[in-house]
Design a protein around this ligand. Sequence first.
Ligand SMILES: CC(C)(COP(=O)(O)OP(=O)(O)OC[C@H]1O[C@@H](n2cnc3c(N)ncnc32)[C@H](O)[C@@H]1OP(=O)(O)O)[C@@H](O)C(=O)NCCC(=O)NCCS
Length: 217
Amino acid sequence: MAPPNYSILPVQETDLDFLANFVHTAKLRLSINRLLFQDWPNDPIQTQMYTAAVRSGFEDPTTQCFKAVDNHSNEIVGYFVLARKRPSQKPPQYEMSESSSQDTPEGLNPLLFAEVMAASAKIEREFKDTDHFDLIYICVKPSLQGHGIGFKLVQIGFEQAKAENIPFTMCAEAPAYGFYTKLGFSETSHADIDLGKYTPAYSGFGVFRLTGMIWYP
Ligand SMILES: CC(C)(COP(=O)(O)OP(=O)(O)OC[C@H]1O[C@@H](n2cnc3c(N)ncnc32)[C@H](O)[C@@H]1OP(=O)(O)O)[C@@H](O)C(=O)NCCC(=O)NCCS
């Protein structure tokens, strides 16, 4: 398939349902989510959570949300959310961190949720005293991955980090680790979650890693 001719634009309120479904679909491939959501696939709970997450990005003044749109079909083919984080700033409400409520959202496995919270908090701690940009979400339509759309979206973060002369960070899920190293990010820390604890022995689940990554202008 020929790579799409696309434009990068700010998202609009009317994109909410499409983007929630876009993130939901991308996250279905993530092994840990298979265990994090009880009664898998539990679409009502997943839809509710991703809709709330996308909406929070729209509403948070420290966050910018962009979409890659196919110029021919007008279809959204990529989504990118970037946040500016200053030391002492309260984390956005959509983020899991030590300072937010520890209550397990409805439909999630409480023990695994607590592990994810602790892992994210460990990684976030490395950046908390630094003024920086943070990549909150990136996803590209699966059939168009590998055509440079993700690279183009991350350039938005590189440009803003260069303009402000501050670092650009993220908490990388394991399947995307190679994408970030390719783009020049380096590892700051990582946290491992043993998914085998949540499944019968030898059923194919192993260690899931979240990695803190940083890029300096
Ligand atoms: C990760 C993701 C955003 C990359 O977007 P993409 O449009 O496919 O990436 P690009 O085509 O711009 O790739 C840029 C470079 O990174 C490489 N790359 C892309 N994904 C990679 C991966 N998962 N591992 C290793 N390298 C990768 C590409 O081969 C390309 O290298 P090249 O310039 O030598 O050809 C996309 O795969 C995706 O949406 N994944 C699902 C959601 C996700 O994992 N998001 C990140 C959560 S932390």
